[in-house]
Design a protein around this ligand. Sequence first.
Ligand code: ADP
Ligand code: MG
Length: 476
Amino acid sequence: MNYQPTIGLEVHAQLLSQSKLFCGASTRFGQEPNANVHPLCMAIPGTLPKLNAAVVDMAIRTGLALNCTINLESHWDRKHYFYPDLPSGFQVTQSELPICEYGKLDIPTSAGERSIRIRRIHMEEDAGKLMHDAQSGESLVDLNRAGIPLLEIVSYPDLKTAEEATTYLRTLRDILVYIGVNDGNLEEGSFRCDANVSIAPKDATTLGTRVEIKNINSFRYVQKAIEYEIARQVSVLENGGKLVQETRLWDAEKNETRSMRSKENAQDYRYFPEPNLPPLFVSESQVEAVRKTLPELPKAKCRRYVESLGLPEYDASVLTAERELAEYFETCLTHYADAKKLSNWVMGELLRMMKEEVLGFSALRFSPEQFARLLKAVDAGKISLNAAKEVFAEMFRTGDEPERIVEAKGLAQVSDTGAIETAIAAVLVAHTGEVEKYRAGKKQVFGFLVGQVMKTMQGKANPAVVNNLLRKVLDS
Ligand code: ADP
Ligand code: MG
């Protein structure tokens, strides 16, 4: 391909506050239409906005997690457009002077880590929702979402492929969920993304005309929509056409983007300062107070797992991708010190069964301490690895104590040398032919003899102990 694609992403993330940005109405999801409304978010004349302080803290928190400068003074503006989901006729947003600017997000790519610059993060209010009734032909308005606080996170046009854009989004989503400001749900629309895409000849020094794509509500579609759009733009240029700046809609059924409207200019929105809100001032000490509450972020956590726990890169990245998983792992680690063995169990048995049962960490029926006791029983040779998996499955189902399950299922492993020696003696007497062959140099029969001892002991002997003792007897 002779063209270089360029992608910039605009993400709208609903903040996990209890009440709306400028009034006390609830933000609870799944309520009856228009249950979560106050006069202000219905735009009743005479109502005045009152800023929700919790939202400002979440914006600062996000800015710090994304390495932004926090502006100690920022401004509110009105952005006007006419649509029934917006009863006041304007959206209160931060246009000229946003609360956070100039950050970055490092993402892993096939060619190593890349730093994607973040242009700005600002707070704004969400609009309501229209519901079109096909039968009556009427459109109904639900204002539950109107006034819910959003963060808009705008990247520089630093992304070069659809894959990088998807990785950026996933990484960003994981961080927002980690720091507790967003639930990360693309399908329900609490994490939304518009993708700006352009192409330019490989040797060009300026970027091409950009197209904005809306309505992308899954990671898979982000990738597909951008790939489709790049291919479409290439074919327009190759056929001697010209690209126009426009907004296009992703159609997931037809797998294509189609034109929605030509891109509006800033003038169309008639931005002006919101007269009912003073400039927003935050203090250094407020920023520092928020900084102190930030959890360790996935990347730092991942590095620590590799460097101080000695875990492989892969294990570390899986275990730190979600905060709950990492926290669970770390709690288990306080009861059981072998990080790699623990990681094998968590990434293997535990995650597999949780996925099968669609179970979250809070619903687990056994404690990290019980889990640790099971692993210690394996280390001590009290049960075999296979038996431990059986015990684990039962613990997972019932939450019962591992020792009780071992007992009830008769899974205890015999390490008692006396019992094993008796079994070995019996096997050697019964298989004198094999013993002779072994002593004559045919070492392969060793495995057969081990098998016979295990069989005599109904599979409950500790294989390591059997191996040791049998070799001693044979080689003496
Ligand atoms: P607007 O205010 O009109 O939305 P911005 O300058 O804020 O425009 O840019 C919006 C998004 O578009 C940003 O994420 C930016 O990185 C991206 N963008 C800007 N120019 C291009 C381009 N030529 N190609 C791809 N993305 C672009
Ligand atoms: Mg924009």
